[in-house]
Design a protein around this ligand. Structure first.
Ligand code: ADP
Length: 617
């Protein structure tokens, strides 16, 4: 086999492979572009196979074979032109003229006897011009697109240009048969180059695609960092739409932001907002299925909106959901009058940009949430500062009011209306003082994390706390272990018990008992405060220990309070290395359980020396 033959076989093998690829594509995703690509490679396959078969059966040089070649070869640039027209409409007159001219050329080939002589030269010039025109069409398209599509278009443009040259040389060869050996070699080499260019254009290997895609990927990632800083999702969406048009070469693009509450995708365009529910239009369907979708004929695939698609001239649509993990953020859709030549590439790009959009929109969301949390924390701090200043200032005059109210009450005649007024003055002043103390406690507790422990008996501390609470407390009983030794912060334990017991009294009928149990549990001490009062709704139970949280069971007029008591209790329990929990049923009652470490725990996790001895004893 000569080198020339070898080249010829390689070219033929690649052309046949491309024919197979084009057939599969046409079958998988039929479109005009897929059909014209298929026809283009089918014509080449027929010419090649017919030539080979003719050689084998000794039919070479037969006039019929020449006619087949003539018609087929002149069809090639015409098919290329149709291919250009499939994704970028060409002027009507160009297409009409090309069709007529090709029909004329084919007829001349079929009707006039061979050799065609000078006629051939005119025809070859026409074929060459058409081929170059198509090649320029591909180049123009390459300039409009980017990444993989751009490279593929360039390769197809090069292939088409070479094809035009090969056909020109072949034509010249017919007219000047003497030049055969030279033209033969040149054409073999050019054919191989052209088939390789087509191979790269129509069926690029994965490694080439990846390397072409990389700059786009890198640009998208680099841009993501800037997009995150835009003020709102709408501005981000607009930039992503611009990006999508630039990268895919589509006619337009839209980003719908998912509005969770309204259950719609919100697209913003020149004519205002457009709301699309999941499942509606091709975009809504893609969002509902959470899968990318492509339609080359929108009016057929979504007939309910055919009129609109026709009116806007949109026929090809690619959509991809913008989703980050479980978070549905929106949808990207790109559209064009004609389907792209390389549908898979465009779908891949749309998917990439949707991923970038998901990254950016989700980061933006998280940043906003974090900023809100910071603002809340700052607000709470300012509120605390303000409140503690006010509370300090109010405490002194309040103490004077309270003292004077008590004095007044004592000097008044018990049943008189003035005595009742003085008594109510004292009660209210006391309540106000309690509120102020609570505020101050919260601020202090936020600053202080460890209890100031002194050795004591918890049972004694609990009893002292209850005894100092006044009259109503007679319905509270204390039982459990006779003594529970440990190191405790006595004033804080008093406060804890008083808060829990006063809640238990406040939220139950005046004749219902309140039980307090104190017991040791190894290194822990446990205090239970049980009432048979109104109980706490399940929804509230998790939030009770947050500052300023008041349950739905409390009616402000009947049960005064600020929602700080339990927050303080939690702080005290934590200062003692413990916790507080509640079990409760509406209408049955509640039990608050406080667990405290009886002794401070050293860094190694063991009770300190004194504590260890005490527990052991
Ligand atoms: P306050 O009693 O001032 O509202 P707390 O922090 O002490 O604030 O309590 C928070 C909420 O927990 C109360 O508003 C109430 O809804 C609920 N709560 C606390 N203790 C009881 C209880 N013993 N029975 C029923 N509800 C309670």
């Amino acid at each position: 086999m000569s080198a020339q033959e070898f080249l010829s076989y390689v070219s033929q093998a690649i052309f046949l492979a491309l024919f197979v690829v084009a057939s599969v594509r046409l079958f998988r995703r039929p479109s005009w572009a897929a059909l014209d690509t298929f026809l283009f490679f089918a014509v080449i396959a027929v010419i090649l196979v017919a030539g080979d078969v003719a050689d084998i059966v000794g039919f070479a040089g037969h006039p019929t074979l020449s006619v087949v070649n003539w018609v087929g070869i002149s069809a090639l640039p015409f098919l290329l032109l149709r291919l250009v027209d499939d994704f970028r409409p060409q002027p009507m007159w160009v297409m009409a003229l090309a069709t007529l001219a090709w029909a004329g050329v084919a007829l001349v080939g079929i009707l006039t006897p061979q050799p065609w002589g000078l006629v051939s030269l005119v025809v070859v010039a026409f074929v060459f011009a058409l081929g170059i025109y198509a090649s320029l069409g591909f180049l123009r398209e390459a300039r409009r697109s980017s990444g993989v599509t751009q490279h593929r278009m360039q390769a197809v443009a090069v292939g088409s240009g070479l094809l035009a040259v090969v056909l020109l040389l072949a034509g010249v060869n017919v007219v000047f048969p003497d030049a055969t050996p030279v033209i033969g070699v040149v054409n073999q080499v050019l054919s191989l180059a052209l088939v390789l260019a087509y191979f790269v254009g129509f069926a690029p290997p994965a490694f080439l695609r990846r390397s072409w895609q990389e700059p786009t990927l890198r640009a998208l990632l680099a841009e993501a960092a800037q997009l995150v800083q835009l003020p709102d999702p709408r501005s981000i969406a607009r930039r992503i739409e611009e990006r999508a048009v630039a990268v895919t070469g589509a006619d337009g693009a839209g980003v719908g932001i998912w509005d969770e509450q309204a259950g719609v995708l919100v697209f913003e365009g020149a004519n205002g907002e457009r709301l699309i529910p999941p499942g509606d239009f091709i975009a809504g369907r893609s969002f509902q299925a959470q899968a990318p979708m492509f339609s080359g004929r929108a009016e057929r695939d979504a007939p309910e909106h055919a009129a609109e698609y026709r009116a806007t001239g949109i026929h090809a649509i690619a959509a991809s959901p913008i989703t980050s993990g479980d978070h549905r953020l929106g949808l990207l859709v790109v559209y064009a009058a004609r389907p792209p030549l390389f549908t898979d590439d465009v779908l891949g790009l749309v998917g990439l940009i949707a991923e970038q959009a998901a990254l950016v929109l989700r980061s933006h969301q998280l940043l906003r949430e974090a900023a809100q949390v910071r603002a809340m924390a700052e607000m709470t701090r300012l509120k605390d500062d303000f409140l503690s200043v006010v509370a300090h200032d109010v405490r002194t005059p309040l103490t004077t009011i309270l003292l004077n109210a008590e004095l007044l009450e004592q000097t008044m005649d018990g049943g008189s209306s003035n005595a009742r007024r003085a008594s109510s003055l004292r009660t209210e002043a006391l309540r106000l003082k309690q509120l102020v103390e609570d505020y101050l406690d919260v601020v202090r507790a936020d600053e202080r994390r460890a209890a100031r422990r002194e050795p004591a008996d918890l049972v004694v501390l609990v009893r002292e706390a209850i005894d100092s609470m006044g009259e109503d407390v007679r319905r509270a009983t204390v039982d459990g272990d006779p003594s529970v030794d440990g190191g405790y912060d006595a004033p804080r334990i008093h406060q804890l018990v008083q808060n829990l017991v006063s809640n238990a009294l406040k939220y139950s009928e005046p004749d219902e008992p309140v039980q307090v149990t104190v017991r040791a549990d190894g290194a822990d001490a446990i205090i239970d405060v049980t009432d048979h009062g109104i109980g706490i709704p399940d929804d509230d139970q998790a939030m009770l220990f947050e500052r300023f949280h008041r349950g739905q069971n409390t009616d402000d007029r009947r049960y005064g309070g600020l929602g700080l008591g339990l927050y303080i209790c939690k702080q005290i329990a934590e200062e003692h290395g413990g916790s507080i929990t509640v079990t409760s049923r509406i209408g049955v009652g509640s039990t608050f359980t406080v667990r405290l470490r009886r002794w401070a725990v050293t860094d190694e996790g063991a009770p300190d020396a004194v504590g260890a001895d005490e527990i052991a004893s």
